[in-house]
Write a protein that binds this ligand. Structure first.
Ligand SMILES: [Mg+2]
Length: 364
């Protein structure tokens, strides 16, 4: 039985240049990365990580570094569900979301990577192995782009190999947002799909008006038109039947997804394993969605999500995350003709460049 021998947590702050902007997050000039490395008694290593906005990583880094350690050391590395429940329940008072979910994600991914590497299997096969080929879309964060730069960026996405492109909404006036969507739709070839993400910019009444105006543009979905907590609002907006709704990136527990699905609040369920507590709960959300006849899309780190998306039968679009970790990876994911192929390497197949990351290390 392989037991957990070491746990190494690191915390990095990685600059974003030039800065990006989205409605809820504001201007983003860096993101934070918390990594977890676990080795077992047989010498195998698993690596996990979570990604956060600038200034928000410390809680996850410290939670994974200190209190989680006692739940992990010396335990059977293969009992991932049991270990996950120990960490989750051991932190129910201050947890059930927030930094604890992010810390859980880094550790849970490391455990799954460790298990898959030991079995010499790619994660996507170990988790279900539905379809290695995953449709993806460019998840730009571009609210601060002027129109010219916005359209050029979309052209570049298409040249890179994307067949679906997302743009941000939430400019000072709805009229400006609608002008930008109309310009984008006119600019893109008809066969290129368009999504829009409002990042919680609107009240319910504003979202309802926006969706009436967006109807003519045939969006794949409108993402997070309102704050994530207003499930009644999501239910109302979806009930209007104007534009399909995607939501979930700001939900950090299985319970929150259960409530979203039971409220019939979204057409595309959008869990992010790096913010939800890892692969363990992500798979549960995907299966819960499947049981309710709903598709999943992913939010966040595409090099990780390509595996869970390839594993399940109700996967739709993999978000190509705007926070780019590829300069720190040995063999990052590529997109071709709108699809990415989940790697055949054992585990998640991500090899981080620790020497290059070291210059950005800030803790824990
Ligand atoms: Mg979003």
């Amino acid at each position: 039985m392989p037991t957990i021998e070491t746990l190494t947590i690191d915390h990095f702050r990685i600059p974003v240049d030039p800065p990006m902007q989205a409605a809820a997050a504001g201007v983003i000039s860096a993101f934070e990365l918390v990594t977890a490395r676990i080795t077992d008694s047989e010498g195998a290593t698993g690596v996990g990580f979570t990604v956060m906005q600038d200034g928000q990583g410390s809680g996850a880094a410290i939670t994974a570094e200190r209190p989680f350690r006692k739940f992990l050391m010396g335990q059977d590395a293969d009992r991932i569900e049991w270990l996950w429940q120990r960490m989750y329940r051991g932190h129910h008072y201050a947890g059930r979301g927030g930094p604890v979910s992010f810390a859980l994600a880094a550790v849970d991914v490391a455990l799954w990577d460790l298990k898959a590497r030991r079995l010499d299997q790619p994660l996507w096969k170990l988790l279900g192995g539905h379809d290695q080929s995953v449709r993806c879309y460019a998840g730009n964060i571009d609210l601060n782009y002027d129109l010219d730069r916005l359209l050029k960026s979309a052209t570049s996405d298409v040249e890179t190999g994307f067949r679906s492109v997302k743009m941000r909404l939430g400019r000072p006036t709805l009229a400006e947002d609608m002008d930008r969507v109309a310009a984008m739709r006119a600019h893109l070839p008809a066969e290129i799909e368009l999504m829009a993400d409002a990042n919680e910019a609107w009240r319910v009444d504003q979202a309802a008006r926006a969706m009436a105006m967006l109807q003519e543009h045939d969006l794949v979905w409108l993402e997070e038109p309102i704050v994530p907590d207003n499930l009644e609002g999501y239910s109302y907006l979806r009930g209007l039947g104007r534009v399909p709704i995607a939501a979930g990136e700001n939900m950090h527990t299985l319970s929150e997804f259960t409530q979203l699905i039971m409220a019939k609040g979204a057409d595309f369920i959008e869990p992010d394993l790096t913010t939800l507590g890892g692969i363990t709960p992500w798979m549960k959300v995907a299966h819960l969605a499947e049981a309710h006849g709903l598709p999943v899309t992913s939010h966040g780190s595409h090099d990780l999500h390509v595996h869970v998306m390839a594993a399940v039968s109700n996967a739709t679009y993999l978000e190509w995350f705007a926070f780019d970790l590829s300069p720190y990876m040995a063999d990052p994911l590529r997109v071709k003709d709108g699809f990415a192929q989940a790697p055949d390497r054992a585990g998640h197949g991500i090899t981080l460049d620790w020497d290059k990351l070291a210059q950005h290390r800030i803790g824990p």
